[in-house]
Write a protein of this length. Structure first.
Ligand code: NAD
Length: 501
């Protein structure tokens, strides 16, 4: 059956490759029990790319069983950290060799500019895997003296079978952020990609197999959230669940995870503020603000979608920002080299963003620029970079995550008001501060309720730096050394060296 579980594809950029389409369980690509499929759509021309197998609850059982057997098997259990790290280094090397194909699939399926897939997504995948590969033999505990005859030592043990549910905005990157620390710490995994972008991770699965990970250590099952995702989150055989996606789904997952008190880490939504103080370099602030909200067509959980500008420079900033949008947003086919702005990933998101444009107008905000679909060659889910001014904090466009190239600009008078406005959100993922005043910048950074703050920058993300949310933006941290904590548990062993009773 393996022969018919792959397709030969030619991408819009001419790249030819074979793509496996099965569920990846026990190092084999298999059919789904139910026969369900996911059909993937190219958001640029709205045409079908191909169909892949979609897991049902029974398939999730098989994947979890495979991960459990692998976790208990000596091949993995007894493998040294150094050897685990080597496998991960080899995987990173192989991804580097196949970088162009992987970037091609990512852009074809998701719509993000090919230049970004090549210069942002794939390098981040490779770096993250190497970073955690290096940690695989550096995960150890402490020795704690108690008395002359007693001491304790701690061991950092893996959690077991980890379910990982990821979104469609950075399919391979999110897979690497989740797999890297999980594997370094010696866990086994069932990864469920988003149904909107099921393709690149299948090619990735093939590389994993080639590298020689023992069977069942990583299982990759495409499937729909309501079915496969739900089945994973509520599975009794899963020890941990890690999720990136919407806050609403995150809450659902926590509820499902309570069935057996799974360890839960969540990275959910945001409505991140970007603050521009009157002494800031306005030109630079406008450029970074553009990167902050328009990169990846606004489909970034830390997108700086609320721009707060000190009153005295508000109008100048709005004008400057409009200019920057005009010169920096190159809307077009994502495979054209200078395109910076491709389509939204799905029709659903496209419709959702346009409904926010209507909501903004309806609530009385001013559409300063954009707000319209802008198809390329008459097709695709393209939306113009969109900015609203005259926005009140009570409006839906100020409060809700849009997840598109869509932001609001709001004036503030004082530092105190800026902080209050910035923190007036159920979210707390990212925040940017623009000012030349050192004291003010760091003071504001310390008062803002967010897991990441950028000073005179925005959207910097680095595999060495912990990432995650305050408030309803998440639980736990990914990346950096902190990222290991999400995939280990501490065992304390008390030793009596001769205290006799
Ligand atoms: P979502 O949260 O519903 O989906 C993310 C992942 O969760 C997918 O793999 C999906 O299959 C899975 N899932 C969905 N329902 C599930 C359930 N009940 N149990 C288990 N898994 C489930 O996100 P979406 O519907 O693709 O997008 C909706 C909104 O989420 C967007 O408009 C955006 O605001 C936000 N979003 C945020 C991020 C982020 O990185 N923070 C990423 C994508 C989307």
């Amino acid at each position: 059956t393996l022969a018919n579980l792959k397709v030969d594809l030619t991408a819009p950029n001419g790249k030819q490759f074979a793509l496996p389409t099965g569920l990846f369980i026990n190092n084999k690509f298999v059919k789904s029990t139910s026969g369900n499929k996911i059909t993937s759509i190219n958001p640029t021309d709205e045409r079908e790319i191909c169909s892949v197998e979609a897991a049902c609850a029974e398939d999730i059982d098989k994947a979890v069983d495979a991960a459990r057997a692998a976790f208990d098997h000596e091949t993995w259990k007894d493998m040294s950290g150094t050897e685990r790290g080597l496998l991960m280094f080899r995987l990173a090397d192989l991804i580097e060799q196949h970088k162009e194909v992987l970037a091609t699939i990512e852009t074809w399926d998701n719509g993000k500019p090919f230049a970004d897939s090549m210069s942002i997504d794939l390098p981040d995948v490779i770096n993250t895997l190497r970073y955690y590969a290096g940690y695989a033999d550096k995960i150890h505990g402490q020795t704690i003296p108690i008395s002359n005859r007693k001491f304790a030592y701690t061991l950092r043990r893996p959690l077991g079978v980890c379910a990982q549910i990821i979104p469609w905005n950075y399919p391979l990157m999110m897979a690497a952020w989740k797999l890297g620390p999980a594997l370094a710490c010696g866990n086994t995994v069932v990864l469920k990609p988003a149904e909107q972008t099921p393709l690149s991770v299948l090619y990735f699965a093939n590389l994993l197999r080639e590298v020689g990970f023992p069977s069942g250590v990583v299982n990759i099952v495409n499937g729909y959230g309501k079915e496969a995702g739900q089945a994973l989150a509520s599975h009794m055989g899963v020890d941990k669940i890690a999720f990136t996606g919407s806050t609403a789904t995150g809450k659902q997952i926590m509820k499902s995870a309570s069935i057996n008190l799974k360890n839960v880490t969540l990275e959910t939504g945001g409505k991140s503020p970007l603050l521009v103080f009157s002494d800031a370099d306005i030109e630079q602030a406008a450029v970074w603000a553009h990167i902050g909200i328009m990169s990846n067509m606004g489909q970034i959980c830390t997108a700086t979608s609320r721009i707060l500008v000190q009153e005295s420079v508000h109008d100048a900033f709005v004008e400057q920002f409009r200019q920057v949008i005009k010169s920096m947003s190159k809307i077009g086919d994502p495979f054209v080299p200078d395109t910076s702005h491709g389509p939204q990933a799905t029709k659903e998101q496209y419709d959702r963003i346009l409904s926010f444009v209507e909501s903004g107008k309806f609530e009385g905000a001013t559409l300063a620029t954009g707000g319209e679909p802008c198809p390329v060659n008459g097709k695709g889910y393209f939306i113009e970079p969109t900015v609203f001014t005259n926005v009140k904090a009570s409006m839906k466009i100020y409060r809700d995550e849009v997840f598109g190239p869509f932001c609001v600009i709001v004036p503030f008078k004082t530092e105190e008001e800026a902080i209050a406005l910035a923190n007036d959100s159920m979210y707390g993922l990212g925040a940017a501060v623009f000012s030349k005043n050192l004291e003010l910048s760091h003071r504001v950074a310390s008062h803002i309720e967010a897991g990441t703050v950028w000073i005179n920058s925005s959207q910097d993300s680095d595999f060495r730096v912990p990432f995650g949310g305050y408030k309803q933006s998440g639980i736990g941290r990914e990346l950096g050394e902190d990222g290991l904590a999400a995939y280990t548990q501490t065992k304390a062993v008390h030793v009596n060296m001769g205290t006799r009773l």
